[in-house]
Design a protein around this ligand. Sequence first.
Ligand code: NI
Length: 308
Amino acid sequence: MKILPKLLAMGLLISFAAGISGCGSKTAETTSPASVPASTEASEPPQLSIDIPLNDVTLPESQAAGNSNSESTAETTAGAAQSPTGDVDLSKVIALTFDDGPDTKDTSSTNRILDVLEQYNCKATFFVQGQAAQEWLPERNKDTVKREADLGMEIGTHTYSHADLRKLTADGVAEEIQKGKQAITDITGNEVSIMRPPYGETSSETQDSIGMPMILWDVDTLDWDTKDAQNTAQVILEKAKGGSIVLMHDIYNTTADAIEIVVPQLVEQGYTLVTVSELFELYGTELKPGYYYTNAREEGTLTSPFSH
Ligand code: NI
């Protein structure tokens, strides 16, 4: 019975790959029932199959029934272990990120972006400004942040008041970070594990007070400056590559316009859009406090502040 284990291995790899090639694939929600308890489904981003060691994957009953031979299970696991990312093409995985939101004007740009991501079943990361979520349009914006979490988007902190961390004392930095994280956790119930410094800037004297991985970018769309949807979309299509982190701002309608243009094209080109944490997990890089990350490729991990 050599064929059965091979079939099982193939099936596992296929379902594993399908689980993370989320964009455009309606199978993306397929995940091991054991990994995501139903009760937390709404508040926890579905980490999909990325977080699931393959030997923890629960076989569907029909397969499990035919898989009474424990040897075949071992062979399946060993075969899969050689390919920890399944069939995902790392040259086609990127992380879109959005800063400064939720939008606080009468634009609904954050929700427009979420509409597109939801439609194409893609993931992204929102670096939320705590004050915008808690104090500005609190009724709507808390719902927006909750929706981000419910859709499986990753939420990082962009500090509480969009502070320039270069100008604060160590205590001031720690307070901005803590307040910013708490604002998100109060809404979503989820812990916040990544941050993006406003202006991409910190100071060497106080950066230890941040105590989190600092997520920068390698593709700057300059969407806030051009406010030109076509240009923003074009920068992404020309510059983003496997492992890239793309900087945008969800507070502009022109950025929402760009997302309506670019997401269908990226999906068409076979790209998978994942959260920042998923991106680094796929690349096998552990995100550590005190380090800067501009992308998930080897050169993307930095120990000194980013200058731009
Ligand atoms: Ni900002």
